[in-house]
Design a protein around this ligand. Structure first.
Ligand code: HEM
Length: 401
């Protein structure tokens, strides 16, 4: 890309009006921004940041940057709306002390011991799905594989009864869809409806669980915490169910799309299965499931040579930072053996993803088991992108054996 082309892309860039090509392939736009305007002022007055070092600095600095979205979500969702109540009560959109209190409960519940106990369950779920795929021969890897795994895993973690799990993905997509930079009236309504239905459902589950507490599920453990109100408990459980679904579906889906369309990488992984750990990290870097984060500047500061005033609202482009050649040599090359690989797919600092070990476990089990089970697996060519700027993945990805 020439310098002039890069500058033209930057001049036309508006996260609220993204062209269809952007959703297909945002990386040329990211490269232009990273090169010519790494701390870019958008038409709506917010800032869009694309360099690795700048994002890393911001994620680790909680004295200048806040996660509190009350001011941003008021005009976006309407104060008091279900979406507003939900998102402003989720730990991820809060600062200490509330954030510290809720996070502690989640982190202490996801111990290495809990994770170790999850692995055989994840293997069994994956194998059941593979048995079903073997019967079809031609299938959608998203709907029938990638999306089904996190529902099982998070469902098991909170002990949501099997027969209740079907609506979870739809609710999750509608609630997270409302976080897109530009929101339609339809998305807002769907999001509000999903929060209402999800809360009503969880309320019933909580009443039932209070009567049948156990030491083995996250919901029981959270229910026994005295410092969580019922509203806080409900919204953070919804957040956990959502945070774990779409992102992990996209990690597995994006990873399979990459490996199945890059035969040399796939063959290498078949020859050297011990590379699965670094392969998953590379999938996280190369096609980050969560492409955008946000922070509010609470105290004037300087980032990438630009002074950001208090009150500035920042869009942190993880997808662009993870392709920054200043941090990653040959950043646009997918290399399953890449080391080091300090990507920001799970963010960093005090809000770094609390479920990263769960997501990694799912991908490390699902991807190799699928490719070992079906040595002749091929993409059919039919693929539909998710059409979202924040969450990058596929709506469908057809393959055949
Ligand atoms: C590939 C899958 C995943 C990706 C890419 C991902 C990404 C992220 C990112 C970027 C954040 C930080 C958001 C911010 O501060 O702006 C985050 C936070 C969080 N994630 Fe994940 N996540 C994934 C899977 C999961 C899973 C499976 C769970 C639960 C089991 C989970 C639970 C959480 C929680 C609780 C937070 C809030 C942490 C806090 O604010 O302190 N995530 N995630």
């Amino acid at each position: 890309m020439s310098s002039d082309e890069g500058r033209q892309i930057v001049a036309a860039f508006d996260p609220n009006r993204l062209a269809p090509e952007f959703y297909e392939n945002p990386y040329p736009t990211y490269a232009a921004l990273r090169e010519h305007a790494p701390v870019h002022r958008c038409p709506d007055g917010t800032w869009f940041l694309t360099r690795y070092a700048d994002l890393d600095q911001i994620y680790r600095d909680r004295s200048h940057f806040s996660s509190d979205k009350t001011a941003a979500f008021g005009p976006k969702f309407g104060v008091g709306s279900p979406l507003f109540e939900h998102h402003t009560t989720s730990l991820v959109f809060n600062d200490p002390p509330y954030h510290t209190r809720v996070r502690r409960h989640i982190v202490t519940a996801l111990t290495p011991h809990v994770l170790q106990a999850m692995e055989p369950q994840v293997m069994a779920s994956v194998d059941r799905l593979l048995d079903r795929l073997a019967e079809c021969g031609n299938f959608d890897l998203i709907e029938e594989f990638a999306a089904a795994i996190p529902i099982e895993v998070i469902g098991n973690l909170l002990r949501v009864p099997q027969e209740d799990r079907q609506p979870l993905r739809g609710w999750s997509l509608a609630i997270l869809g409302a976080l897109e930079p530009a929101l339609t009236e339809q998305q807002r309504e769907a999001g509000n409806r999903a929060v209402r239905e999800f809360t009503d459902y969880l309320q019933l589950l909580v009443t039932d669980r209070r009567a049948h507490l156990s030491d083995h599920d996250l919901l029981s453990r959270l229910l026994q915490e005295k410092d969580l109100s019922t509203q806080e408990l409900l919204h953070n459980c919804i957040f956990l169910l959502n945070a774990g679904h779409e992102t992990t579906t996209n990690l597995i889906g994006n990873g399979l799309a990459l490996l199945l369309s890059e035969q040399p990488s796939l063959q290498r992984l078949r020859r050297e299965p011990e590379l699965i750990g670094s392969a998953v990290e590379e999938c996280l870097r190369f096609e980050s499931p969560n492409q955008l984060g946000n922070r509010l500047v609470v105290q004037q500061c300087c980032v990438g040579g630009v002074t950001l005033p208090a009150g500035a609202y920042l869009n942190l482009c993880i997808g662009a930072a993870n392709r920054d050649p200043r941090e990653f040599p040959q950043a646009d090359v997918f290399d399953i053996g890449r080391k080091p690989n300090r990507h920001l797919a799970f963010a960093a600092g005090g809000h770094a993803c609390a479920g990263m070990s769960v997501a990694r476990l799912e991908a490390r089990v699902a991807i190799p088991r699928l490719i070992q089970r079906f040595p002749g697996l091929q993409l059919s060519g039919e693929r539909v992108r998710g059409g979202r700027a924040r969450f990058r993945g596929f709506r469908s990805l057809w393959a055949h054996v």
